[in-house]
Design a protein around this ligand. Sequence first.
Ligand code: NAP
Length: 385
Amino acid sequence: MTRAVIMPAKKSKKPVQSSAKSGEVSSHLDERRKRIDQIDQQLLKLLNQRQEVAREIGQIKGRQNIRVVDTRRETEVFRKLLDLNKGRLLSRKSLYDIFAAIISASREIQAPPTQESSGHDAPALFAVLGNPVSHSLSPIMHNNAFSAVGFNGLYIPLEVDDIQLAISGLRLLNFKGASITIPHKTSVIDLLDELDDAAARIRAVNTVVNSDGRLIGHNTDWSGAMRALSDKIKINSKEVAIVGAGGAARAIGFGVKAEGGRIIILNRSKLKGEQLSSELDAGFLPLSEAKKLDCDILINTTPIGMTPHADDMCLPITALDKNMVVMDIIYTPLKTRLLREAEKIGCTCIDGLSMFVYQGAEQFTLWTGRKAPVDIMRLTVSTAL
Ligand code: NAP
């Protein structure tokens, strides 16, 4: 008797409870899914309205013979949206990705793809060769720049240990160009057919252009750095202190010298520092002795202060003076400790993003023959950072 009463009660209790719970869960889910569907419908309606307006803008511009794709205006739109976005759940990156897709759809309606970028032809291929490259921002920067100007190109990261094999691969697959990064900037030289003047003098290549099967090496690090500096100061006849004596210091030193600046190299290793300073006809000071500096421009080219060591600084604070222009070529973090301290005392500061974007812009022009959409490139990288 007892068994007969207890058993059915136990058996039936659990399934009833769990099915009630799962029923409740599924009704909560259904309710939210319905809301998502409604929101999607509203978004679809709004997106179609936006496309309609974009089409009208394209028609007006077409009638007036005004260039349809306006990357400056697109950058402004992104900037405004990033400022306006107060939603805690929509990250800068997601917002950027979503609106990049929306803007790209608008472009399609405003300026239907030309034959060059119809999407049916194989894209021109580009790559960054280095190790490591998984965190490189060059692919996102160049791919966005290609799409901004309607160039049918594709840029991919390739982790490369054997640069000789990689360069043979580029030739075989008819890549149109490549970025070369650590550790191959010097070793790639002997594998190329020609070097431009600057790359030959700096003895480092960060850009390869495939010109009808001939691979030509260029260096845009120096010109990128000079453009970043020139935004803030005229270099001619200025005293420039460069911290570091590696590849970046060599490229920047070459540029500063070409622009008529006077250089002093500050480096940890005396031998390397003295070697570079004699090549550049510059002064030299061991980094450990730099307590106070007498210069107009100070440039850090060492990795000191890079994430995860963001509190490190290549020089003591006493070396800074409020009249200096201080540039750090590190861009992770964007504001290094050196720049934070320099900003505090009133120096003019230049972050590593400027050089990175400008060196990329010069590469873009070498590869495509077109003016680079610098604003889009800068926004892409700063958003990704
Ligand atoms: P590199 O050839 O290896 O040279 C590094 C230099 O930094 C050397 O002079 C080295 O001094 C010095 N150094 C390294 N660690 C140091 C430490 N703990 N204390 C003191 N000195 C130190 O490298 P690179 O190609 O010149 O690149 C340097 C940095 O610039 C990297 O962080 C790279 O990411 C960055 N970079 C940025 C851009 C851009 O577009 N923003 C472009 C190129 C490079 P010793 O001679 O004593 O070893």
